[in-house]
Design a protein around this ligand. Structure first.
Ligand code: NAP
Length: 314
């Protein structure tokens, strides 16, 4: 099997100009999955995936680490440096004094000496303790973003991660962070898909040199019922006209926008299908139709009930 080569972008504020493959494999667990994370990551490496998106809250760090160790043993990759591994700090550790040890714990679980990217998962802090999802609002405490970011910077200075960033940050929250950051965030990982195109946030990030990574690119992982993009008749027509699938139209659009993205599939064939987006393009006519898709955020927040000010009305 010939592995696909995925192009890379350089994270502007990372130490040593770390390069990130534009497409990564998501690893947020789904109860219905019959394939283990270890097997999926190993298969993905065989197919050419080099970027893996994990999080301590997903409970997959051990499996991702085992797959990487196995891939190295099998010689599928020559060294750990060929892989780009992201993990995320959960809200229970969103406190200045717990961040370095939380990352060290993630690294032990992953059996790695460093991460390529460490993200603040949500701009929320809760009392330290067990991972509970959705987060109970009664558990929320003040999020000291300045103190937290100082510790994130410390993680990069200590060499525990090559780059640091955030996830689910609005423009307003990024502006505040940029006002005191010594190391600006390399990445903001947020929901972007054809049903939530995030033009304004993307423009802001581009201007500030922050790479946007799109999560839920197929708008599928957490969706219930009809899917605004995968079940969209106009997109089905576009897909037919190109001899591609709707998923490939979704991913090609993200690629043409210059975004990085993490798509989750643990199915061998769909994993391969998702890599098949690099040698064709969308037309101007396609773009016209894409601009008419109804826009609505899928992932509205991690709390129960939802918070009013999480997205700062953006
Ligand atoms: P997604 O990647 O948009 O969709 C995943 C779903 O689509 C899975 O059910 C998968 O099933 C299916 N799928 C994948 N490729 C397909 C194809 N070609 N055709 C049809 N179905 C396909 O959604 P997501 O998992 O929500 O997001 C991706 C990743 O983003 C996550 O795994 C996680 O790493 C990250 N994420 C981050 C945050 C955050 O707060 N930072 C939030 C959400 C997600 P199969 O596995 O059966 O193929």
């Amino acid at each position: 099997m010939t592995a696909t080569i995925v192009s890379e972008v350089t994270l502007r504020s990372s130490s040593g100009q770390r390069k990130m493959p534009v497409m990564g494999l998501g690893t947020a667990p789904e109860a219905t999955s019959t394939v283990t994370t270890k097997d999926a990551v190993l298969e993905a490496i065989k197919q050419g995936y080099r970027h893996f998106d994990a999080a301590s809250a997903y409970g997959v760090e051990q499996s991702v680490g085992e797959a990487i160790a196995e891939a190295l043993k099998l010689g599928l990759v020559a060294s750990r440096d060929e892989l780009f591994v992201t993990s995320k700090l959960w809200v229970t550790d969103n406190h200045a004094q717990t961040i370095v040890s939380a990352l060290q714990k993630s690294l032990r679980t992953l059996q790695l000496e460093y991460l390529d990217l460490f993200l603040i998962h949500w701009p929320i802090a809760t009392k330290p303790g067990k991972v509970v999802y959705p987060i109970e609002v009664s558990e929320i405490v003040e999020f000291d973003v300045k103190g937290v970011w100082g510790s994130m910077e410390e993680c990069q200075r200590l060499g525990l991660t090559k780059a640091i960033g955030v996830s689910n940050f609005s423009i307003k929250k990024l502006e505040k962070l940029l006002s005191f950051a010594t190391i600006p965030p390399a990445v903001n990982q947020v929901e972007v898909n054809l049903g939530w195109q995030q033009q304004q946030l993307r423009e802001f990030c581009k201007e500030k040199g922050i790479t946007v990574t799109a999560f839920s690119p197929l708008r599928k992982g957490a969706s219930r019922g009809a899917n605004l993009v995968m079940d969209n008749d106009v997109l089905k027509e576009l897909a037919d006209a190109h001899g591609k699938t709707v998923a490939q139209i979704c991913l090609r659009w993200l690629y043409e926008q210059g975004l990085t993205f993490v798509v989750k599939s643990y199915d061998k064939e769909r994993m391969k299908q998702n890599l098949g987006i690099f040698d064709w393009s969308l037309t101007e006519e396609d773009y016209k139709k894409i601009s008419e898709i109804h826009q609505e955020r899928l992932i509205k927040g991690p709390t129960k009930p939802l918070l009013d000010d999480l997205w700062d009305e953006e």
